[in-house]
Design a protein around this ligand. Structure first.
Ligand SMILES: [Zn+2]
Length: 356
């Protein structure tokens, strides 16, 4: 069985969109429950609230506690007032994931308002779940996707550049992991659609990342920033949205999972570790050295890590530590299980040594 839940029902990206968000929201509901990240809501509320008032949309706001945990979803669910017809998640991936889990539990449609371009959470019907301390547990698949996604280009351009850089690393993996994961399923139509989206990710990131990072540093909502934002949200989401398990994450995310064994990498954002994992994946998959060099030179241009040192590990890891990473990368819940052939601990450690 293959389920495709390709994307959000409606996606709008525009500069200054929050000022007229009411015009869009009123098409879907009149009584909102907003789950807002603390920083995100402080920025968005200033422009969004006047628009909600203009369209006479009733709303209540709950500030998100910071982790997409089962406890937080329970807490939020209990305070949703009677009569709410739309749940709205405002913030990064975690706030949006918690909001969609609340919406799914209550059987109410939800709207995503992402304020950073770090993940494709706004267009995927999944919530990644953590403990209240931020340790990954699992993810929940929902029967519905977001009914509306509103992206304000001004708000994205005003967010820290590190989110976009991490989002670029994570989105680049859609291509490199997708083509490996899809092997043997190339004739399957939803998988083809997923791979076509993955190719668009690769091409757009290659063309616009460098300029977008410069513009983000200058807080300029340029065409390049817009291109990269749409890629991180819409194109990245469509890869798994169409291809589902055939174009899923595999070894780059598997190595990412393994790297959590090294304390120094904890401060690094998800997509930075995934970017490192892409290089390891290319070595595991024995891809040509020109291809690996091409990826590394792209990383150097935009500031993605090509070594553990650049991931904040300022020492040489022992063989014992490398083997710990490999074993963690091979744990049953790791994405490594989506590789099309068996991967051994030795293959992972060898790939990491080559990467170094
Ligand atoms: Zn990822």
């Amino acid at each position: 069985m293959h389920i495709s839940m390709a994307s959000t029902n409606a996606y709008v990206q525009e500069q200054g969109l929050m000022k007229k968000a009411g015009e869009w929201l009123i098409k879907y509901g009149k009584n909102l429950f907003i789950v807002g990240g603390k920083t995100a809501w402080s920025k968005v509320s200033v422009v969004l609230e006047p628009s909600l008032k203009e369209y006479e949309i009733a709303y209540e706001v709950a500030i998100f506690a910071g982790e997409s945990s089962y406890e937080e979803v329970d807490r939020l669910q209990k305070i949703v007032p009677h009569g709410v017809d739309l749940i709205v998640g405002v913030g990064g991936g975690k706030a949006i994931d918690a909001a969609k889990a609340v919406a799914a539990k209550l059987g109410i449609p939800y709207v995503a308002i992402p304020t950073v371009a770090g993940t494709c959470a706004c267009v995927t019907p999944l919530s990644v779940m953590y403990t209240p301390d931020g340790v990954f547990i699992d993810f929940i698949s929902h029967p519905q996707n977001s009914i509306l996604t509103l992206v304000d280009g001004d708000i994205i351009a005003d967010s820290p550049v590190s989110y976009m850089l991490s989002g670029i690393g994570d989105t680049l993996a859609k291509w490199y992991e997708g083509i490996v994961c899809a092997r043997g399923h190339e004739d399957h139509v939803p998988t083809k659609l997923g791979l076509a989206a993955a190719r668009i990710c690769l091409e757009t990131l290659t063309e616009y990342s460098e300029v977008a990072i410069k513009d983000m540093n200058a807080k300029t909502p340029s065409y390049a920033v817009q291109q990269i934002t749409d890629t991180i949200f819409l194109s990245a989401g469509a890869v798994g949205g169409f291809g589902n398990q055939n174009t899923r994450a595999c070894a780059a995310h598997g190595v990412h999972d393994g790297l959590t064994a090294v304390k120094e990498t904890h401060q690094m954002m998800h997509g930075m570790k995934v970017a490192y994992g892409i290089i390891a994946l290319l070595y595991i998959d024995k891809q040509p050295s020109e291809e690996i060099e091409r990826v590394k030179s792209f990383y150097r241009k935009i500031g993605l890590p090509t070594s553990l040192l650049e991931l904040g590990v300022k020492r040489k890891l022992t063989d014992e530590e490398l083997s710990k990473i490999a074993h963690l990368a091979l744990s049953p819940t790791s994405f490594m299980r989506f590789m099309p052939y068996p991967v051994s601990a030795a293959m992972i450690t060898e790939a990491m040594k080559k990467t170094e």
